[in-house]
Design a protein around this ligand. Structure first.
Ligand SMILES: NC(=O)c1ccc[n+]([C@@H]2O[C@H](COP(=O)([O-])OP(=O)(O)OC[C@H]3O[C@@H](n4cnc5c(N)ncnc54)[C@H](O)[C@@H]3O)[C@@H](O)[C@H]2O)c1
Length: 416
């Protein structure tokens, strides 16, 4: 039995069932795993992984092991670990896991350190906790690292600050910014799962509703598209003129948030900014309006101002709090303003994580291949890897596409 700190090993069987279900929806990762098993590109490599401990992550870990790696895993968020999956990874896959759902900050930090104590060669992060802690610690935990990968925007922000300060000690591949990741994860993953969270929490029929999407970035575009597809009328609010123009040209109504406040039935913030909906907006909203946030942090809805306007706050369903205002209107806040697709649904579906984690596995292989040959910096995922993942996903979907002829390639490269 490997070294571990998990909630309950007796949950392993349930965890294995969940891992198998996700596996069925991760054909790209399966193809990578098959090649890894034959070529063993990660043999003798110690890999430290700090991701949400989910069934999808378990399939990534199995792929890394198939490639020959020794893996230690902790959770990227104290609330996100699936205890049954953690148990299955320890007892069925022999993985060193340090993660329990609901762990306090002291346990969370201890788990990150335990994983770093394995003196990894490669780190896989979602939020940069492994690499940031390794840089803080210094010593063997940092010296052995030949590179890392990063899954999320927030982690890249931290690592770029480290780089700007001249302190980054290893190359990092920005998986979060790969083209396939952007196309699948933010648009389709967030697009579907944010609405899934809203529907699960409220049981509202989207058709016929007016949905206001605040922020028309990668994630907002996916949400707007899915809401329209479900029969809702969609209004977009933006602060970037180009994004606002794109939304208008895509056929959405675009207007100021103050104007949209009086029109919407469902409001979804997804900006990465702060206090996007405030007292002035709440004052104009219709009775029964629903408020949800799909941005990373729970700061996009000003909940203090909402509470200050309320004469009564009461839970009316699981994950729905009703704020009754002085004039009798009721506003419904979902999942306390936390990221709604994780708090009220299951985050990105496995088919989306299939692409993200195929990228992660191939980037780990790339870091091993480049060992010592690249300077410490935050680097884009090589286009070759992006194209490979896109190709594998198409193949898994049974889609064939044309190839350029030599004549066409030459024509497009010539300047005449
Ligand atoms: N829930 C999820 O699964 C998930 C997935 C991806 C991203 N995110 C989070 O969603 C947020 C947005 O991510 P993204 O990748 O779409 O970012 P992005 O930078 O592509 O888009 C954000 C958009 O919001 C706009 N914006 C900023 N302030 C605004 C305001 N006050 N009013 C209206 N629009 C405003 C920006 O102009 C930009 O177009 C981030 O917090 C990100 O971490 C969540």
């Amino acid at each position: 039995m490997p070294s571990h700190e998990v909630a309950d090993l007796s949950l392993a069987e349930a965890g294995s069932a969940r891992i198998a279900w996700a596996e069925g929806q991760m054909p790209v990762l399966a193809q990578v795993r098959e090649r890894f098993a034959a070529e063993r590109p990660l043999r003798d490599i110690r890999l430290a992984v700090c991701l949400h401990v989910t069934a999808e992550t378990a399939n990534l870990v199995a792929t890394l092991i198939a490639g020959g790696a020794q893996v230690a895993l902790c959770s990227a968020n104290p609330l996100s670990a699936q205890d049954d999956v953690a148990a299955a990874l320890v007892s069925a896959h022999g993985v060193e896991v340090h993660a329990t759902r609901g762990e306090d900050i002291a346990a969370y930090t201890r788990h990150v350190h335990a994983v770093l104590d394995t003196n990894p060669h490669v780190t896989i992060d979602d939020g940069a906790d492994l690499l940031a802690t390794a840089h803080e610690r210094g010593g063997p935990a940092l010296e052995t690292i030949i590179g890392g990968t990063e899954e999320t925007t927030t982690g890249l922000v931290r690592l770029r600050r480290l780089e700007a300060a001249g302190k980054l000690r290893c190359p990092v591949l920005a998986v979060n910014e790969a083209r396939t990741e952007r196309a699948l994860n933010d648009r389709h993953g967030t697009g579907q799962s944010a609405l899934d969270g809203i529907v699960r929490a409220s049981n509202v029929l989207l058709a016929g509703q007016t949905v206001v999407v605040l922020g028309y970035g990668w994630a907002g575009q996916g949400i707007a598209e899915r809401a329209r597809g479900a029969g809702a009328a969609v209004i977009v609010c933006e602060v970037d003129p180009l994004r606002a123009l794109e939304a208008r040209m895509a056929g959405y109504e675009v207007m100021r948030a103050l104007e949209a406040a009086g029109r919407g039935d469902i409001f979804i913030t997804v900006t990465g900014s702060v206090r996007v909906l405030r007292a002035a907006h709440f004052e104009r909203m219709k009775d029964g309006a629903i408020l949800a946030n799909a941005g990373h942090f729970d700061v996009e809805l000003d909940l203090d101002e909402l509470a200050a306007q309320a004469t009564d706050i009461r839970p009316v369903r699981p994950l729905v709090d009703q704020y009754e205002l002085a004039d009798g209107r009721r506003l419904h806040l979902l999942a306390q303003g936390r990221v709604v697709n994780l708090a009220a649904a299951e985050g990105h579906p496995a088919a989306v994580m299939d692409v993200s984690f195929a990228l992660q596995a191939l980037c780990a292989e790339e870091l091993v291949r480049l060992r010592g040959a690249v300077a410490p910096a935050v680097l884009p995922v090589p286009n070759r890897i992006d194209v490979e993942v896109g190709r594998l996903k198409l193949a898994a979907l049974g889609v064939a596409i044309d190839e350029q002829s030599d004549e066409q390639r030459e024509y497009r490269q010539s300047w005449m």
